[in-house]
Design a protein around this ligand. Structure first.
Ligand code: PEP
Ligand code: MG
Length: 538
């Protein structure tokens, strides 16, 4: 047995055969272009069938659309001409990809221009096959732990086969979206640089994310320890279930809002199942599917159904936070050297006002079906907040003129994700109903450390004093203005910090649904004021 240390995401536990998705494992010989096309079609069929089972026929359609594009006469002719001109299969695919990407991006029609994204995905798929990259991993026959170069946020949504028990990714960072989504979906994930070069990559393994350990060819004792840990988890889960229906109150009686982070509408079921008192962050940008945004009516139906499922519990929708490491609708207006410092969040929304207006209209229309809050991402000045709120008010006015009912007051919050926002939180607090501190970005910007860069993980301490001070300042300014401050970044999950954060004045935590009950338990054992045990029994 060999034990290898990596960075575990969440506290997942997995057992299975390691499946390396190594560059070069897709075929030891070079494929011809026609063979690569056939292979791509078979893969798209497989993806279609898998997606149909997991996310439904409508969303699965995208793979049949891609297959149609692959069979399109113009596309095939272009490839053919390229090969006749003497280009290698790889170059032929890249040139055709580039050509059709430009073509589709230039079209006015929204549906057709979104096909540019499909073309770029097809190019990646085909070049991957031609380079011999392993890709067909979606239907393992036994429990498997995938080892891959980089798990992307999009792949997390696709990895729904219960036989995929865990993932090891060479690249990644605990604050990157792929990690956040994996943790939210309880997919055990280990970040392990150069994992694909390990010896013993085809054997059995155990993954313990809590310890950040990978056990290769586990011995009897390790297997027994794994089974015991699993059994203990089951008992712990049963104990936590007893907290359902209870209040989120500290020992000295201070009510804390324990809300859930949601990345996909279907996760509302887990929110209710875990008795979260609300949703503190719905990352609505993940409604973008394959480069296409749902229209106003579709968005309205999604928000309405989420609100209805949540009964009267608060649902805070963050307006779409496009840009930086997250996909954005095509075409993105500029090539950016520093996307994290670029056109993202509210800046993107102001640049493409029609996207913001469509979303706000859908949200306002849905507001009468439940308890809705709206918050804006990446705000860094008072002017941006004023402008965002003005857009919201305009939409409300227009809807009323159209005789469409809208909730009288929709809670409006600001995400505190930039040091600038934290530093002017006294000013922002005057115009906000609440603050939600996005510590993932706040940490990135305060420590000048790219959250996506795998080599920076050792340099990022979540509870760095600078971050703690920015949080304390924000909480204090919120308290003075009579509004609440919460945390929706990954820092909220660290239960060793909960008491200090509450004592700083944090009054809301938004976490993955699986963390709701552990947080409730933690809060119930917390005192809200430093050194004032006497407040107990208030
Ligand atoms: C954050 O930045 O902490 C946050 C919650 O937003 P996201 O992770 O989606 O950027
Ligand atoms: Mg953020």
């Amino acid at each position: 047995m060999e034990i290898i240390k990596g960075v575990g995401i969440g506290d997942g536990l997995a057992k299975g055969k390691l499946i390396p998705l190594k560059k070069g494992t897709g075929g030891s010989h070079r494929l011809s272009l026609p063979d690569a096309l056939e292979k791509a079609k078979a893969l798209l069929d497989e993806l279609y069938q898998n997606a149909k089972k997991t996310v439904g026929e409508e969303k699965a359609e995208i793979f049949s659309i891609r297959k149609m594009l692959l069979e399109d006469e113009d596309y095939l002719n272009r490839l053919d001409e390229n090969v006749k001109k003497g280009l290698s299969p790889l170059m032929a695919v890249e040139e055709a990809g580039d050509h059709f990407f430009r073509f589709f991006s230039s079209l006015e029609d929204e549906y057709l221009s979104a096909r540019a994204f499909d073309i770029s995905e097809l190019t990646t798929l085909l070049t991957g096959i031609l380079k011999g990259e392993g890709f067909s991993f979606l239907t393992p026959t036994e429990d498997s732990i995938l080892v891959m170069e980089e798990l992307t946020a999009e792949q997390v949504f696709l990895l729904q086969d219960p036989k995929i028990t865990g993932v090891i990714s060479e690249k990644g960072n605990p604050n990157a979206h792929a990690s956040i989504l994996a943790a939210a979906r309880s997919l055990p994930l280990l970040l392990l640089p150069e994992a694909l070069s390990l010896n013993g990559l085809f054997g059995d393994a155990i993954l313990d994310c809590e310890k950040g350990s990978l056990f290769l060819s586990p011995d009897e004792e390790t297997l027994r320890a794994y089974e015991e840990k699993k059994a203990k988890r089951k008992i712990r889960k049963a104990v936590l279930q007893k907290l359902k229906g209870q209040a989120d109150k500290t020992k000295d009686g201070v009510e804390i809002k324990v809300y859930a982070n949601v990345n996909h509408p279907e996760e509302i079921d887990a929110v209710m199942e875990n008795d979260a008192k609300g949703v503190g962050l719905f990352r609505s940008e993940f409604l973008l599917q394959n480069g296409v945004l749902p229209k106003e009516e579709e968005q309205f139906l999604i928000y309405r159904s989420m609100l209805e499922k949540m009964k009267d519990r608060l649902l805070i929708v963050r307006t779409m936070d496009f840009g930086a490491d997250k996909c954005a609708p095509f075409p993105f207006p500029t090539e950016e050297r520093n996307p994290a410092l670029g056109l993202r969040g509210i800046r993107y929304s102001f640049t493409f006002p029609e996207i913001l207006t469509t979303q706000l209209r859908a949200l306002c229309r849905a507001s009468v079906y439940g308890n809705l809050g709206i918050m804006f991402p990446m705000v860094s000045s008072k002017g941006e907040l004023t402008e965002a709120k003005a857009r919201l008010q305009d939409v409300q006015k227009t809807l009323r003129k159209e005789n469409i009912p809208v909730k009288e007051h929709i809670l409006t919050g600001v995400m505190i994700e930039t040091p600038a926002a934290a530093l002017i939180s006294d000013v922002l607090a005057r115009d906000a109903d609440f603050f939600s501190i996005g510590t993932n970005d706040l940490t990135q910007y305060a420590l000048a450390a790219d959250r996506e860069n795998p080599s920076l993980a050792p340099f990022i301490t979540a509870d760095h004093p600078a971050i703690m001070r920015l949080i304390a300042l924000t909480a204090e300014n919120a308290r003075k203005a009579g509004i609440w401050a919460g945390i929706c970044g990954e820092l909220a999950k660290d239960l060793t910090l909960t008491e200090s954060l509450i004592q700083m004045g944090i009054r809301e935590f938004s976490l993955p649904p699986s963390m709701i009950l552990p947080m409730r338990e933690r809060i119930q054992n917390t005192i809200s004021v430093p050194g004032k045990e006497s407040y107990v029994s208030l």
